[in-house]
Ligand binder design. Structure first.
Ligand code: PGA
Length: 253
């Protein structure tokens, strides 16, 4: 399936779904299905599920992570969670800057930038999400918007750290809408993202960053994205809640 030497990464984003019992049953069913797989399979779960999910996934190919964190090490931030706490619970990566966080919780590029740097500092792999709105795409502003997001969210990240990042391109209009970007459009945009990363980190370092596509992925359409040269993986929301659908996407050859 893949021609680059970057690994293929499939990430599930459970958002605010599943109890502990449901999560464990899901993971126990998923693990045997992905055992023989060379693809890296990640699952971003709600905070309360990190520890039980990490325990259920122990000694398997499945990597557990979180969906958000605060940028401070600790402090009086009622209701928030620190990166070191996520690590402590067993998370290995963290989604940052998801469009739902930007939209519902007013997260800015500046705040996301501080989170990215803190995640790297505590040894969590950041999965930075970027994407344009429908209006921005229509007004031909997509590249400008993505470039601003990349420059602002990655400001101060050392070029040697590039390989520890993952970036997901998720057009806002494609998230949870059953209206995915055309694979060719996604490829064009990811190529632009890789070029912009080259300007930030140098071409060689930019080649090491896994670029994911996300937005209305299904077992039926997922392979079309993985066939694109600049798409190294997928960020799957709704379809990651079903073990059948998620394992089908995770085992595409
Ligand atoms: P979706 O969500 O697959 O349900 O469109 C993607 C995401 O939010 O990461």
């Amino acid at each position: 399936m893949k021609k680059s030497n970057r690994p293929v990464i499939i990430v599930g984003n459970w958002k605010m779904y599943k109890t502990e019992q449901e999560a464990i049953a899901f993971i126990q069913k998923l693990i045997p299905k992905i055992q023989e797989n060379s693809t890296k399979i990640y699952l971003a779960v709600p905070f309360t599920l990190i520890k039980p999910a990490a325990e259920a996934a122990k000694n398997s190919a499945l990597v557990i992570g979180a969906q958000n964190m605060h940028d401070a090490s600790q402090g009086a931030f009622t209701g928030e969670i620190a990166g070191s706490m996520l690590r402590d619970a067993g998370a290995k990566f963290v989604i940052l800057g998801h469009s739902e966080r930007r939209f519902y919780f007013n997260e800015t590029n500046d705040f996301i930038n501080r989170k990215v740097k803190k995640a790297l500092e505590v040894g969590l792999q950041p999965l930075l999400c970027i994407g344009e709105s429908k209006e921005e795409r229509k007004e031909l502003k997509t590249e400008a918007v993505l470039k601003t997001q990349l420059e602002a969210c990655l400001d101060g990240v050392a070029k040697e750290q590039a390989g520890n990042l993952m970036i997901a391109y998720e057009p806002i209009w494609a998230v949870g809408t059953a209206e995915p970007a055309l694979p060719t459009m996604a490829q064009e945009t990811e190529a632009f993202i890789r070029k912009s990363l080259g300007e930030l980190f140098g071409k060689k370092n930019a080649e090491t960053v896994p670029l994911l596509y996300g937005g209305s992925l299904t077992p039926e359409n997922a392979h079309e994205y993985l066939e694109q040269p600049d798409i190294d993986g997928l960020l799957v929301g709704g379809a990651s809640l079903s073990v059948e659908k998620f394992s089908q996407i995770a085992t595409i050859e």
